[in-house]
Design a binder for this molecule. Structure first.
Ligand code: SF4
Length: 285
């Protein structure tokens, strides 16, 4: 059996930076370290950090000391609360996410209405929207009509299109083309592709790989949006695509996989190398 592991599988730059940063904070300080929200959408990584003594909290008001900010970022109001409460922030917001905040802020200040492509309740988008004055979140093509209606009632003649860093590039391009045709020529329509390069490369590689194998295994947290997207891409090209969180989840598929010749492996941006190694080991055994 050939096992092909995607070159872009596993931690992206932003997640690696946040996880290593959090580990260093935990090891360097004797006092309690807090982390606002799940640092990454991966149970195994969270367990490791909890074992190092990091306490995960849902609200900034629950913090009593040094507080880690995850790669997804936080709404701007949270920085203000932290300042008022004298909470020390260790900000590991990914620079790519900070770039979106900057774009959203600058264009909003300049009077633009913002169309944000992404999941309505994703923490990254909640943070981005805190920098927007007038906006609409589009999860997919089904939201286009309502988005345009909302935009039109505002009587604004400037529109910005941006996307969650992990949004599907294919969907972004599709929605952009529809909007290009529907938005009137009198509107100043600006498009900024804010999908991060790491996501783009990972999705492209997943597409290529899944076309050339007879089983595709996607490893990642069940609540990781970028992992789910990789699985959707794989399913479109390879009927035998499997989404798992750890090697243990493969137990029911082993007999089926044994009959295959070529297995591809991809992993989401928050999947640690250990989880990938465990799957490879299981397949080799
Ligand atoms: S997926 Fe991209 S934007 Fe998100 S944390 Fe990783 S590098 Fe940053």
């Amino acid at each position: 059996m050939d096992i092909i592991i995607g070159k872009t599988a596993g931690f992206c730059y932003g997640v690696k930076r946040a996880v290593e940063g959090a580990m260093n904070e935990a090891m360097e300080h004797t006092e309690q370290i807090y982390c606002l929200g799940e640092l990454v959408h991966n149970r195994q990584v969270i367990n490791k950090l909890e074992n190092l003594g990091i306490k995960f909290i849902e609200k900034i008001n629950d913090s009593n000391g040094i507080t880690i900010i995850r790669a997804h970022g936080i709404p701007k109001e949270i920085y203000n609360i932290a300042r008022e409460k004298n909470i020390t922030i260790r900000d590991y917001t990914c620079p790519n996410v900070l770039k979106i905040h900057e774009i959203a802020k600058n264009f909003s200040n300049d009077g633009y209405f913002v169309f944000l492509l992404g999941e309505k309740n994703h923490p990254e988008n909640i943070a981005t929207l805190s920098y927007c004055k007038n906006y609409f979140v589009l999860e997919d093509e089904n939201d286009i009509e309502q988005a345009i209606k909302t935009f039109e009632t505002m009587k604004i003649n400037k529109l910005l299109l941006i996307a969650q860093t992990t949004y599907s590039l294919e969907k972004f391009n599709r929605i952009k083309s529809v909007l290009d045709n529907k938005i009137g020529k009198d509107i100043n329509f600006v498009v900024k592709n804010t999908i991060c390069k790491a996501t783009e490369l990972r999705q492209k590689e997943t597409e290529e790989l899944s076309k050339n194998v007879d089983t595709m295994i996607i490893i990642g947290g069940k609540n990781s949006s970028n992992t789910k997207k990789l699985y959707d891409i794989a399913k479109n090209n390879c009927n035998n695509s499997i989404l798992i969180e750890t090697a243990y989840d493969l137990k029911n598929d082993v007999d089926n996989i044994k009959t295959k010749n070529k297995v591809g492996i991809m992993a989401g941006a928050s999947t640690p190398q250990d989880s990938i190694d465990d799957v490879v080991q299981l397949l080799k055994n």
